[in-house]
Design a protein around this ligand. Sequence first.
Ligand SMILES: [Zn+2]
Length: 75
Amino acid sequence: MLTIKCAGCKRKIWKYLKIGKGQVLRCHKSKITKEYDFERREERIYCRCGRAICEDKGKYFRMIPKAFMHTGEKN
Ligand SMILES: [Zn+2]
């Protein structure tokens, strides 16, 4: 399980079940297991500090490189 965090202020965004060792380019909504504090404006998800983290593409979020970091283990 990974914890996705804002790269700017380190606030937790959500927990994500990542399968495989690859980079986190997308977060599939069905594998987000816990949501923390964030803001949705139109098709984008923002951290509370104002940084855009990802874009809503329907079944998944496309992550914005360098906008986020993660801690934890890939499965
Ligand atoms: Zn932030």
